[in-house]
Design a protein around this ligand. Structure first.
Ligand code: ZN
Length: 644
């Protein structure tokens, strides 16, 4: 443990600009520093570092934190690793604190469990080979399944006698502590008497990386519907199921050499493949992969090939947990076996050479495979197809380490080709999931931060740019109100009205929306809504009309751009969080109203310039004054609504 004093020393020397600047090119912008975000793809920088607050925040994806969390996030360090890295950088001598009595006791227990397991392992092997019962029942069963003696010895398989307490008796006679025996799961207490837990079963020792025994799997022989097929060691100080990959001790070198790890489901799959000379193989123990298991694999290779039975359950099992593998930057491939075959049976049937050929020929990229399965499942159902697009986008969004960005681009390109959808729209969809994920991670961290000050060069645009900006701003506000309609339409606006009622009445019926695509979106919404159907963004996203769906995708991609533009153009900030939807609608509606008034003033100006009669002139003047007054009130309202 690093002492508190050392931590303080490290923290006092941290310079966030220097640390982040070591990984990201930063430019000074006012009091802050700006660069391209290392956590999402972007062309214009929105990743901001504040030296005074000692924090960073990306206005594109929402990622934020301090120097240590940056190192943890970017370099995948643990907290302690990040501290050690910083200590080295700043030449701080690390002072370790003494190990606490609890930790010491824990280490002692762990050591004892290893010793008991080692004793048990030898005991069970001995019974398998050297007792009549072991040979007649255990060994003959294993041989029947095709295992040769040398492989049984290599994996240190064993047999537990059917007698009630043969093992426990011997262990207690050898001075092993009963409480610890129970902890290993080898012994259970029945009526306070020790009983062997694995009676009449084949024993598979489970090794850690260095060959020590963490625990056991015990398989029943023959069929017994009442008893479970396998019993495993209960979780204890050394047996942590989520961190165990069966066979990793025997597979390490082969994985390294082949730069590939084969993953199978069961112990016997691992042993059969080893016997056939295919040694770069481990088993997950049937459950879906955990982050710890993936990290274990990643220590040796980036290439994970999963071998699964070809039935539907196998496919589903294969999918589960694999998004995690993408997050860990692993290249995941899947191989499905022909019906009713598993790696164990298949290698026994066709032999190692044809087995290898089969694996090489049937490897499928996980992401593209998932896409294939989803598309097959959805058939001609366009809603299902749209859901499939979303699922794939979500999966691709998981590939999010800076070094994997080009891989992600490849997936985006290939997927859009297969789906025949617009690549730009698909990128937006993927980015949406990236942001959602990050904002989920970041929510609760909550700190206040000022967005980057606008680029000085942008502050004085040429006349043409001015018009362009204004046009874009108009479009942005139209988009904002349509987005609010789609996103929040079914929420309450006031006691009598929903947001949709308000927006449709106030803006749509009065033709505030000029953009073509947006008005057709609104028309669809209105039609649905008036029929009593309650449209949500999903109905649009999943719409079979590609244009409609893409328009909504790009809309939902939008809050950040909006507040950014508003800030640049008007020096105001729009709240964009969902709980602020009323404020957002209010401020957007005020803008749209101001725009409408400005247009009316412009129109009126024509009458004012060329009045047909003195009375007309008088009316025009009065109109002008009334409109101006409305404009002032709206601007004032804008002030109270928007400046928060
Ligand atoms: Zn970012």
């Amino acid at each position: 443990m690093i002492s508190q004093q050392t931590i303080q020393q490290i923290l006092s020397r941290i310079d966030i600009v220097e640390i982040v600047g070591g990984f990201v090119r930063l430019k000074k912008r006012g009091v802050n520093y700006l660069g391209l975000c290392p956590f999402h793809n972007e062309k214009t920088p929105s990743f901001t570092v504040s030296p005074t607050k000692e924090i960073y925040k990306c206005f594109g994806c929402g990622k934020s934190g301090n120097s240590i969390s940056f190192l943890m996030e970017h370099e995948k360090y643990s907290y302690v690793e990040a501290l050690r890295w910083l200590a080295e950088k700043y030449n701080v001598q690390i002072e370790e604190t003494e190990v606490s009595p609890e930790v010491k006791a824990q280490q002692l227990t762990a050591d004892s469990l290893y010793i008991i397991n080692s004793f048990a392992r030898k005991y069970f092997s001995e019974r398998l080979f050297n007792s009549d019962e072991g040979r007649d029942i255990g060994l003959s069963y294993l041989k029947e399944r095709g295992f040769r003696e040398e492989i049984i010895e290599k994996f240190q398989l064993g047999y537990c006698l059917q007698e009630r307490d043969a093992f426990s008796k011997e262990a207690i006679q050898s001075q092993y502590n009963l409480e610890l025996l129970v902890k290993t799961g080898l012994t259970v207490l029945r009526d306070e008497r020790p009983v062997d837990n694995y009676r009449g079963r084949i024993i598979f020792p489970i090794h850690n990386q260095s060959g020590k025994i963490l625990g056991f799997g015990a398989r029943i022989i023959g069929k017994n519907d009442k008893a479970p097929k396998y019993i495993n060691t209960p979780e204890n100080e050394i047996y942590v199921k989520s961190k165990i990959l069966y066979g990793s001790y025997f597979a390490r070198q082969a994985i390294d050499k082949n730069d590939e790890c084969l993953l199978v489901e069961g112990y016997t799959d691992v042993i059969s493949l080893h016997q056939a000379g295919i040694e770069n193989v481990v088993a997950s123990g049937g459950t879906s992969l955990t982050p710890d298991q993936l990290r274990l694999i990643k220590k040796y290779t980036n290439n994970l090939t999963i071998l699964y039975d070809g039935d539907a359950a196998g496919v589903k099992a294969a999918m589960r947990g694999l998004d995690l593998a993408l997050e860990e930057s692993l290249n995941v491939q899947l191989v499905l076996f022909p019906d009713k075959e598993d790696p164990d049976s298949y290698v026994n049937k066709v032999g190692p050479t044809r087995f290898r050929e089969f694996v090489d020929k049937h490897k499928k990229d996980f992401v593209l495979f998932q896409l294939e399965v989803l598309l097959q499942e959805s058939g001609n159902d366009s809603a299902k197809k749209a859901a499939a697009v979303n699922t794939i986008a979500e999966t691709i969004a998981k590939i999010n380490k800076p070094e994997d960005f080009s891989r992600r681009q490849d997936y985006i390109r290939q997927t859009s080709e297969i789906l025949k959808i617009d690549e730009g729209g698909f990128i937006n969809l993927v980015n949406k999931f990236v942001r959602e994920k990050i904002s989920k991670q970041e929510s609760g961290k909550g700190f206040d931060f000022t967005p980057p000050s606008p680029d000085p060069q942008l502050e004085t645009p040429a006349a043409d740019d001015d018009v362009l900006t204004l046009l874009k701003t108009d479009e942005l506000h139209e988009r904002a109100i349509v987005r609010c309609l789609i996103e929040f339409g079914l929420k309450d606006w006031n006691e009598n009205q929903r947001v949709a009622d308000y927006i449709l009445e106030e803006f749509i019926d009065q033709q505030f929306i000029e953009d073509g695509t947006l008005s057709s979106l609104v028309e669809v919404y209105k039609e649905w809504y008036k029929k009593g159907f309650e449209p949500t963004e999903k109905n649009f996203l999943y719409s079979e009309h590609r244009q409609l769906s893409l328009a909504v995708v790009s809309l939902l991609d939008f809050p950040y751009e909006l507040s950014h533009r508003w800030k640049e153009t008007y020096e105001i900030i729009v709240p964009s969080k969902e709980d602020n939807y009323q404020k957002e609608i209010e401020s957007t509606s005020i803008y749209l109203k101001i725009r409408k008034i400005k247009k009316m003033i412009e129109e009126n100006q024509k009458d004012l310039n060329k009045p047909d009669s003195p009375i007309d002139y008088k009316i025009a003047i009065e109109t002008h004054q009334a409109l101006k007054q409305m404009e002032i009130e709206l601007l004032r309202a804008a002030g109270t609504v928007i400046f928060k």
